[in-house]
Design a protein around this ligand. Structure first.
Ligand code: SF4
Ligand code: SF4
Length: 144
């Protein structure tokens, strides 16, 4: 009983001296790993309008629209669950997952990426990024 009362204080005190893991986002960002799944990006020149990505998308986040006399997928970032299925199925390697995760908008319409916008490269990562590195078990994870 007494132990249950003391334990939270002890744990709080113990963690007060551990390394901090959080960063001051958005001034500092954690560096995304190579396999990070952010917003999908299209390479229009490679797209062969096969529609496979539209068919495979579980959330109906893609639809074919007319763009420069071709049918090209349009992307609804508000529907995308970043599952990577469209990237995997694309036979022309025209789609890729970028590291960009900050693409919120004030309106639903603002989340629609027309082919032109869909093919824009992700915004550059903030100047100050830190990489997570694993220390020994006692000290936990930290930043470089
Ligand atoms: S990542 Fe998944 S949800 Fe997003 S557009 Fe591709 S298939 Fe659809
Ligand atoms: S699967 Fe690839 S090539 Fe086919 S429509 Fe989608 S982006 Fe274009």
């Amino acid at each position: 009983m007494v132990v249950d009362i003391i334990r939270p204080f002890f744990l709080g005190f113990y963690h007060a001296f551990k390394r901090t893991f959080t960063v001051k986002h958005p001034f500092v960002r954690l560096k995304p790993t190579d396999r990070y799944r952010g917003r999908v990006v299209l390479n229009i020149d490679r797209c062969i309008s096969c529609r496979s990505c539209v068919n495979v998308c579980p959330n109906k986040a893609l639809e074919m629209v007319k763009f420069e006399k071709k049918l090209i997928p349009q992307y609804d970032a508000g529907r995308c669950c970043l599952c990577n299925l469209c990237v995997e199925i694309c036979p022309a390697i025209a789609l890729s997952m970028s590291y960009e995760v900050e693409f919120s908008e004030y309106t639903r319409k603002g989340l629609i990426h027309t082919p032109d916008r869909f093919s824009q490269p992700p915004k550059p990562i903030a100047e100050k990024t830190v990489t997570v590195k694993i220390l020994d078990k006692k000290r936990g994870v930290a930043h470089k």
